[in-house]
Design a protein around this ligand. Structure first.
Ligand SMILES: C[S@@+](CC[C@H](N)C(=O)[O-])C[C@H]1O[C@@H](n2cnc3c(N)ncnc32)[C@H](O)[C@@H]1O
Length: 815
């Protein structure tokens, strides 16, 4: 893209750089004319969209080689590697290739099903997952599914389902394997241990031992993984939205969403399927391209180009614009397994049981054949491509792009974006339209009008798209010998980008009263506090009070979304913003706050930016200065920032309470020095080599930080957290617990006691407490469970399966 940019003549660049939405048809057609006469442009489009140069990896020789390797692994009893080889072979096997007079793809599916003691593992797992859903796991561990060995492409597997009676020889072993697939590692280890004890042959014992080792490895890697694919899918329909929302126009934020009635805390207020989605580039090999959940070992590639991978036939079918009949997820929970089992199995295995529906768009078609552009163009541009294609598919090929996209009615920020960004979106719009025409082949008019619409669309996507995230967990530095597999910290991973038409109407607040999360690709929105009728429902687009100070939040929102935030967090004083990056008073007995110039100015600005109309404030009560009569810091700062009280004594570097002067320059120098030692500790944590000297230095400099920074400064919380992690690693859990608590104490001041961030921090604390057999873990776990319930409601365990483990442990401690 840089190449194309450099070729644009200066006068055209200037014209585009200073364009307004009204000029777009002219600037777009001028740039289009220029590119059409440019050899390099046509070459770039050919490289990006040409199927001949595509990534399509179909190759019969590689497929046969991989199949051969898989067979060798299979014969040697290494089923995990066999499965991996067959899956890789499936990815590259041409659909029509034959091997020994049989269709190669069909053979590979049979081979894959034969893996794991000829029990078709993925099918058994699916059956068990279904059984789990309807509460019949105990009876289903005895189900076996057989493939007819004559399975051929045209002749789908003949399935026999029966309850195992007398054959209990391998029962525990098989159940162990199923449990592994369900990430139910404790049970798997238990089952396999029994199987090993029962197994009489030496070879059999060895094999089970190797499986046990794999499970323990897997368990270490995934025991805390938060997202469970199938559970995600299954639970979507369990809870329905009961609240009637309305779209209103607000004076300072454009359209927004309110409720006509009071809404209790923790209510599900919105649920929506995306209009269009695209997978994050770093997740293309690890996550399903349709539901965005993590891929299982037996992933399924696109049959024609083998590039996108799916977690199931169902997802592949849906990406191909098809839906299943009688979705089993919507079944009555009391349905009998055996009434539905055969039907269920046929649904998850038979491609021909799909049928197309208008609502389901063939998402992948225009990106098929291994073309390069979905991998190379930025995610928001690829998403723009999906929106264009969906519009065309829904409304017909002949319709004009301008009319199609108008229906989305999304807001945009084209007028406010930088000149550089305007030029880029022009270039991307032209390239995208040519790529779509090349690889998808629809008759889309490419002219000034259509290009300008795509320029606006890209701008709309930048303002309105939501990043789909998954929660992932890490071991909190507890070494294996102390962790007993129970430790966990949570981080968010972006797995996709999506447009939700109604979801994009929710405005931003740095003190949000709703929380968005995703089950597969379904957006869920839930209130995190009581919302009175008529109040705005606002989520956070990223930054929140407690996370960054006000000036950093404002900058982020200006840079990313081109608006000056008008939320109550940015226009009313709150304790968090005053203390998050503040210094303390030089008088150790004074609790006052010392701010530098930029922080002080930003806090003073809040008074100027108070909105004309009283806000529907969503701020948590404990953060509102007006209600902070008991919070000394907040009250003092409030009074001193009043215009009347503004004297030079209360400028930058002065304590806002007593007026004592702090030397900011030397304070900054000391803080910088302290951070050198804390960063050394962070590096040591990453390398897991923590020397006593590094630990002692970091502790000493934490003391120094505490003597300079305000007691609620976020850097202290971070340093405390680092020390907690380091002490975990060296096995000093008592010190780890103290530092962890100290960090939480600060974060509670910044975010409020019931914020989800506190929930995640309490997960760490409870892990340490459990490892210490500390009975306070019971309270910590019940507190964090209440927070998760507030943010995720009935989906809490789906989003965070580790919760179940923690609750079980709390129960044990109580007994
Ligand atoms: C995703 S849209 C939300 C719906 C939008 N208000 C509309 O009318 O379509 C995001 C845009 O809403 C406006 N907005 C959202 N939150 C805001 C806030 N806290 N302060 C000011 N403007 C806001 C900005 O113009 C932003 O670019």
């Amino acid at each position: 893209m840089e190449k194309l940019k450099s070729l644009v003549p200066n006068n055209l660049k200037q014209m585009v750089a200073h364009s307004t939405p009204d000029d777009l048809p002219l600037t777009s057609s001028s740039l289009l004319d220029f590119f059409l006469n440019l050899q390099q442009f046509h070459q770039i489009v050919r490289d990006l969209a040409g199927q001949e140069s595509g990534l399509c990896a179909k190759n019969i020789d590689s497929a046969l080689e991989l199949k051969q390797k898989g067979n060798q692994y299979y014969l040697s009893g290494d089923y995990i590697h066999a499965l991996s080889c067959y899956t890789k072979a499936l990815r590259v096997a041409p659909m029509d290739a034959n091997d020994k007079d049989r269709n190669l793809v069909a053979t590979l599916y049979v081979n894959r099903a034969s893996v794991s003691q000829v029990s078709p593992v993925s099918l058994t797992i699916s059956v068990c997952r279904y059984a789990m859903y309807i509460g019949r796991i105990q009876s289903l561990v005895e189900v076996e599914v057989h493939y007819d060995t004559s399975f051929h492409r045209s002749q789908l597997p003949h399935l026999v389902v029966y309850v195992e009676g007398g054959q209990r020889q391998n029962y525990q072993s098989r159940r162990g394997k199923v449990n592994v697939s369900l990430e139910n590692h404790d049970d798997a280890v238990h089952d396999l241990t029994i199987a090993k004890n029962r197994e009489s042959s030496l070879a059999g014992k060895k094999q089970i031992e190797s499986e046990l080792k794999i499970i323990l490895d897997q368990s270490n890697r995934t025991s805390n993984k938060v997202v469970q694919h199938t559970k995600n899918n299954l639970r979507v329909s369990e809870e329905s939205v009961q609240v009637q929302l309305q779209c209103v126009t607000t004076p300072d934020k454009g359209r927004g969403i309110t409720s006509q009635y009071d809404i209790p805390e923790g209510s599900l207020v919105h649920s929506e399927e995306p209009y269009a989605v695209t997978i994050s580039k770093h997740c293309r090999e690890t996550h399903c391209h349709y539901c965005l959940n993590e891929l299982p070992a037996d992933a399924i590639p696109c049959t024609s180009c083998s590039i996108p991978l799916y977690c199931s036939h169902r997802c592949r079918g849906q990406a191909g614009g098809q839906v299943f009949k009688n979705c089993p997820m919507e079944r009555n929970i009391n349905d009998s397994v055996f009434d539905n089992l055969e039907e269920y199995i046929s649904q998850i295995t038979l491609d021909n049981d799909f049928y197309p529906e208008d609502e389901h768009i063939f998402e992948h078609k225009h990106e098929c054949k291994g073309v390069h552009w979905p991998v190379i163009l930025p995610s928001d541009v690829v998403l723009a491509g999906r929106v264009v294609v969906k519009s065309v598919q829904k409304n017909g090929v002949s319709t004009d792009v301008p009319n199609l996209l108008g229906k989305l009615e999304l807001s945009h920020n084209y007028s406010q974006v930088s000149p550089e960004s305007k030029l880029e979106s022009h270039i991307y719009a032209i390239v995208l339209l040519y790529c779509l025409q090349h690889s998808y082949g629809f008759e889309l008019p490419i002219n000034g009008a259509s290009v300008s619409q795509v320029v606006i669309l890209i701008s709309q996507i930048r303002v309105n798209s939501l990043a789909i995230v998954r929660m992932n967990s890490n071991n909190y530095g507890l070494s294996d010998h102390v962790s007993s597999g129970s430790t966990c910290t949570v981080e968010q991973v972006r797995v996709g980008l999506a447009i939700y038409t109604a979801g994009s109407l929710f405005n931003h607040s740095c003190l949000p009263n709703i929380h968005a999360y995703f089950l597969s690709r379904t957006l869920m929105i839930r209130t995190t506090e009581f919302v009175p009728s008529g109040y705005s429902l606002e989520l956070s687009y990223g930054p929140q009070v407690g996370q960054w100070d006000c000036k950093d939040r404002l900058k982020f929102l200006e840079d990313e979304y081109s608006f000056r935030c008008q939320c109550s967090g940015c226009s009313e004083l709150n304790t968090s913003d005053l203390v998050i990056n503040a210094f303390c008073c030089v008088d150790p007995n004074c609790p006052g706050v010392v701010l530098d110039n930029s922080l002080l100015n930003c806090e003073k600005q809040k008074r100027k930016h108070l909105p004309a109309v009283p806000q529907c404030s969503s701020s948590a009560p404990h953060l509102q200065v007006g209600k902070l009569s008991s919070d000394y810091v907040g009250l003092v700062a409030y009074l001193l920032l009043e215009e009347n009280n503004r004297t030079s004594r209360y400028g930058p570097g002065y304590c806002l309470k007593c007026g004592s002067d702090r030397d900011l320059e030397s304070s900054y120098a000391t803080v910088d020095e302290a951070w050198i030692y804390i960063r050394r500790l962070q590096d040591a944590i990453i390398s897991k080599e923590i020397s006593r000297a590094v630990l002692l230095d970091a502790s000493r400099f934490l003391g120094l930080l505490r003597s300079i920074l305000h007691a609620y400064n976020k850097s202290i919380a971070e340093a405390e957290d680092n020390l907690a992690q380091a002490y975990c690693l060296v096995g000093d859990l008592i010190s780890a617990r103290d530092h962890c608590k100290a960090s939480i104490e600060i974060l509670e001041k910044l975010y409020g006691h019931n914020h989800i961030v506190i929930g995640y921090e309490l997960v760490k604390l409870s892990s340490i407490q459990l490892s210490l057999d500390d009975h306070n873990a019971v309270d910590t776990i019940s507190r964090l469970a209440a927070i998760f319930l507030r943010y995720f409601g009935s989906h809490a365990e789906t989003m965070f399966p580790h919760l179940l483990f923690l609750q079980r442990e709390a129960l044990k401690l109580r007994q």
